[in-house]
Design a protein around this ligand. Structure first.
Ligand SMILES: *Cc1c(COP(=O)(O)O)cnc(C)c1O
Length: 223
């Protein structure tokens, strides 16, 4: 582990900051779930955070997650693993097999592959749609104005249970309007779970209604 990084202590600080942000936003204590983002970190670095009671984790690459999480899941009951990075169609079967939640459903081809694998493997991963709130050409996610039609297609045509939305605001912009847009799309489409906010902006995201925040470096140190 990186010198001087005390993930356990950092985890406590992040939990306290989440609780303070909930209070500040007049939201119920415990209404925001923490997804600890463990990408690039080894099993040895992740284990103390599991030992400190954290059970929900996010990884952004299927292959990397496959190398660490089957072992960690076997050690501790109740681990919930989220895929938060873009999904390639040739990795869909592996993703459905390993992840409890896929946060990055963002195009028809992937949605169809997921639907096929869910049937084949008899699995029920939670599914969120990623929305490209900043319409950035290089970024994954469905365009905001196409989100409603895409969610309806996933639900009505493919029978997928879409329960959440996820976004990653542009790095150089005030994230507030992006979080507000995601919350609006969720309301309009009967979606409860809002995955938004990272180490630098999770308090803002909580003020805008985040129900899940994805926090990596504030817990595990810089990557
Ligand atoms: C890496 C990552 C995070 C965590 O970012 P930090 O700034 O380290 O908290 C959150 N969400 C996604 C999609 C990521 O890829």
């Amino acid at each position: 582990m990186e010198q001087g990084v005390n993930a356990r202590e950092n985890l406590e600080k992040v939990r306290a900051a989440i609780a303070a942000a909930e209070k500040e936003a007049a939201r119920e204590n415990g209404s925001v779930r923490l997804v600890a983002v463990s990408k690039t970190k080894t099993a040895e670095e992740i284990r103390p955070v599991i030992d400190a009671g954290q059970r929900v984790f996010g990884e952004n690459r299927v292959q990397e997650a496959q190398s660490k999480w089957p072992g960690l899941k076997a050690e501790t009951a109740g681990i919930e693993l989220h895929l938060i990075g873009p999904l390639q169609s040739n990795k869909t079967a592996d993703a459905v097999a390993l992840f409890d939640v896929i946060q990055t459903v963002d195009r028809e081809k992937i949605a169809r592959e997921i639907a096929r694998e869910i049937k084949k493997q008899d699995k029920r991963p939670g599914l969120y749609v990623q929305v490209n709130t900043g319409s950035e050409p290089q970024k994954a996610g469905i365009e905001p104005d196409e989100a409603a039609a895409f969610i309806a297609m996933c639900r009505d045509e493919l029978g997928l249970k879409i329960t959440g939305l996820m976004c990653i605001p542009p790095v150089d912009e005030n994230p507030g309007p992006h979080f507000a847009l995601l919350a609006k799309i969720a309301r309009e489409n009967d979606i409860d779970t809002l995955s938004m906010g990272m180490s630098d902006d999770f308090q803002t995201a909580i003020a805008f209604g985040a129900t899940e925040v994805r926090v990596g470096s504030a817990i595990f140190g810089a990557r």
